[in-house]
Design a protein around this ligand. Structure first.
Ligand code: PLP
Length: 457
């Protein structure tokens, strides 16, 4: 028997486990398999959105209902949902105030290209929750980031965006760069990208302030676009003092700072920016900000807004390149108001924090008990187990820490035991609707899987 291991797991054991879990998964979902065989051919690649093919199971389930922190498929399997739509449903599926707002607004029309009174309330609430910004509404965080970048370039008259290696800010073309032998290059795997993105982007490692300083010193960087914590690979926390120095560098070099809170909104009320007292020129958040209704917001600090208004007033008439028809629709405002006023509350965040801490401790104990070289990391309600030692310093380390084969086996094993976690990274979110018993079940399931994986052959 081979003694080779991946991330501390014997390979022979891992493949046996993965095969038996895949079979168990498929056996429990015959209706989904049959329905997909009949109906999925209408879709390109067999899925309505190609990310769906990234789930690690033998085939997809078909969901019949989700409520709170539970999700049910047409085969009658009910799971505790810790994926929560990869943050879109971080506040739980269909929070009651949001569902009510949708019902009410549905009787009043869905889209007008004109504001409602609720829009004004939403503006006030956005400022209350996130700080003194001048707001715009978009439909996706991708768009919000794109528009924020456009404003930064218009204001500074500079071409480049500085992003961190391994980042993800939505499908914003400019940000798909990485580092190869110390140089910025287009990220591998881009579909149909014919442009040399290095003309408009520069890539640095997260936590590398000297690298950032050198890039900014060239004087051609309009904006730094960053998450406060890198969440889109294995999670990477900022080193102590990183954000303060980053802000100082942005100010010194006349580069705007854009903070993308789309995932780190998990941190607590007002996101990482508010909880940690960061200062930014542009603030972006999407996904769960309207309780799961497709909505994102981007806000300019008063000084940035003044600069924008000046530049905007001076430009020749013509299309600005920002905005989409359905953005700023009344349904978004109804859902924003319901979420900001009644769902995104200190009480709900306190619940999320408490259970996320419980989950972190439980998973860490299981890892210790099995003596695996893994670690657990948390940003507020967002928890990840990483199949490598930590903490990680930057995107390069985070990429190496991924163990796709181990992760896929654990994911499917968890589903078979009743817990759903996020597919692209080992992310688990706690919502206000999540119960202590669901967290304890996830810890037990994780522990049971590790026991199975680590069992002597
Ligand atoms: C930090 C961050 N920003 C922006 C986005 C883009 O969000 P959307 O796909 O809703 O446009 C994502 C998506 O995962 C993200 O993680």
């Amino acid at each position: 028997m081979s003694t080779e291991t991946i991330a501390g797991i014997p390979i022979a054991r891992l493949s046996g486990f993965a095969a038996s879990e895949a079979a168990r998964y498929a056996k429990a979902r015959p209706a989904a398999a049959q329905a997909m065989a009949r109906g999925a051919g209408a879709f390109l690649g067999g899925v309505p959105m190609h990310w769906m093919s990234d789930w690690p199971m033998p085939h997809l389930p078909l969901i019949s209902k989700a409520a709170g922190a539970r999700i049910k498929d047409i085969d009658g399997n009910t799971l505790d949902d810790f994926c929560l739509g990869d943050t879109g449903s971080m506040f739980g599926h269909s929070p009651a105030p949001v569902a009510k707002a949708i019902r009410t607004q549905a009787r009043r029309g869905l889209t007008y290209m004109l504001p409602t009174e609720a829009a004004l309330t939403a503006g006030r609430l956005l400022t209350d929750r996130f700080g003194d910004f001048r707001w715009q509404i978009a439909t996706t965080a991708t768009d919000a980031n794109r528009f924020a970048l456009r404003v930064a370039r218009a204001i500074t008259g500079r071409p480049k965006v500085l992003v961190f290696n391994g980042c993800y800010h939505g499908t914003v073309d400019d940000t798909f760069v990485t580092i190869e032998n110390g140089t910025t290059v287009n990220s591998p795997g881009l579909l149909g990208q014919i442009n040399d993105l290095t003309a408009t982007a520069v890539c640095c490692e997260f936590n590398d302030l000297a690298g950032v300083e050198a890039a900014l010193a060239k004087g051609d960087v309009a904006a730094i676009l960053t998450e406060p914590v890198m969440t889109n690979s294995c999670m990477v926390l900022p080193a102590p003092g990183f954000h303060d120095r980053l802000r100082q560098l942005s100010l010194r070099h006349g580069t705007l700072l854009i903070i993308d809170e789309t995932h780190t909104i998990s941190t607590g009320l007002g996101g990482y920016t508010r909880v940690h007292g960061l200062e930014t020129d542009i603030f972006v958040v999407g996904k769960c900000v309207a309780g799961g209704m497709p909505t994102a917001v981007w806000g300019l600090s008063p000084a940035t807004a003044a600069r924008y208004l000046e530049v905007n007033a001076d430009r020749p008439s013509g299309r600005s390149g920002m905005g989409t028809t359905l953005s700023g629709n009344p349904m978004q405002f109804a859902c924003l108001v319901a979420t900001l006023a009644e769902v995104m509350t200190p009480e709900n965040y306190a619940h999320m924090e408490t259970l996320a801490e419980r989950l972190t401790n439980g998973l860490a104990k299981a890892i210790d008990r099995h003596d695996l070289p893994w670690h657990v990391i948390r940003v507020g309600a967002r928890v990840e187990f990483i199949c490598a030692p930590g903490p990680l310093l930057n995107g390069a380390e985070a990429a190496l820490a991924h163990q796709p084969v181990v992760e896929a086996a654990v994911h499917t094993g968890l589903i078979n035991r009743g817990s759903l976690i996020a597919p692209f990274h080992n992310m688990m979110l706690i919502s206000p609707a999540t119960k202590k018993r669901q967290v304890d079940r996830l810890i037990d399931n994780f522990d049971a899987i590790l026991s199975d994986l680590c069992k002597a052959a």
